[in-house]
Design a protein around this ligand. Structure first.
Ligand code: F3S
Length: 280
């Protein structure tokens, strides 16, 4: 029979799992909760939670009674708006993101020119900028680092940045600034997910990677697996599985992108077990 194994760090990271748990707990006490932005970038999960009473809104003005802060965090001014409106604040900001926010504030207060390595349009980064009193510069490349003229630079990173990019940008600053303070705020969830996918791919005849076709981190997992396993398929749901993939296969490995919920992974496993029964 086929042996099915799941990669150790497949699917949601610690911060997202925690946010979902906080939402579940809060939904037991509140009929409707307003989520500031979708809790996760997965339409199926968002739809599921909408049915349970978690309504997605863009601003505090649209919210009533209780507001959920997702793992990305929010600017300090939004906390103020929440308390001014006397709303219950259900805060699911990831503790690692909170830490980065504190560093952004600290660097600004200590007079550093604050640089955030990341994507300026990402909600997490937008909140970091606010903690640095809107005085931070967001950059993502060595070229942009070259354009910064400051003697005292304080650097933090978006939690999902790649370490290579962070290191090369910081090295650029070493060449020009007199004083640099660096807080490595990169979270290792992505790296761990990739590492465990690689280990499993090495020992599998077939790898199934589950996650959105437009999810960059899922596609990256797929590419990594391809380097270590001959047969790799990227699917979104169990419906895409094909019986012929499993013929002559003994070890099946499964991994999933950062926004793939565990019930979707379990659905795929059950479907594979069914296919396996049909074959053997
Ligand atoms: Fe996830 Fe928190 Fe890291 S949300 S990616 S565990 S910073």
């Amino acid at each position: 029979t086929v042996k099915i194994r799941i990669a150790e760090n497949a699917g949601f990271c610690y911060g997202v799992k925690r946010a979902i748990k906080i939402a579940d707990e809060a939904l037991k006490k509140n009929e409707i909760i307003y989520s500031l932005g979708p809790i996760i970038h997965n339409p199926q999960v968002v739809g599921e939670y909408e049915k349970k009473g978690l309504k997605v809104v863009e601003t505090i003005d649209e919210a009533k009674n209780a507001v959920l802060i997702r793992s990305h965090g929010i600017p300090p001014q939004v906390y103020e708006q929440i308390s001014e409106k006397n709303l219950e604040c259900i805060d699911a900001t990831c503790p690692f993101v909170k830490e980065a926010q504190d560093y952004a504030k600290q660097l600004y207060e200590e007079g550093y020119f604050v640089v955030i390595v990341g994507d300026q349009n990402h909600p997490e980064v937008k909140a970091h900028i606010a903690y640095a009193n809107y005085k931070a510069q967001v950059i993502n490349s060595i070229q942009e680092a070259k354009n910064i003229e400051a003697q005292k630079i304080g650097v933090i990173s978006q939690t999902t940045q790649s370490m290579d990019n962070f290191v090369s940008i910081v090295s650029e600053f070493v060449k020009k600034a007199k004083e640099i303070r660096i807080f490595n705020t990169i979270c290792d969830a992505t790296e761990k997910r990739q590492e465990s996918a690689k280990e499993l791919a090495k020992n599998s005849d077939l790898m199934i990677v589950i996650g959105g076709k437009n999810s960059a981190n899922t596609r990256k997992l797929y590419e990594i697996c391809l380097n270590f396993c001959k047969k790799v398929y990227h699917i979104e749901t169990k419906e895409e599985l094909k019986k012929e993939w499993f013929e002559g296969v003994e070890n099946v490995g499964i991994t999933a992108g950062a926004s793939t919920p565990s019930w979707l992974i379990e659905d795929v496993i059950k479907a594979i077990e069914k296919i396996e029964n049909d074959i053997y």
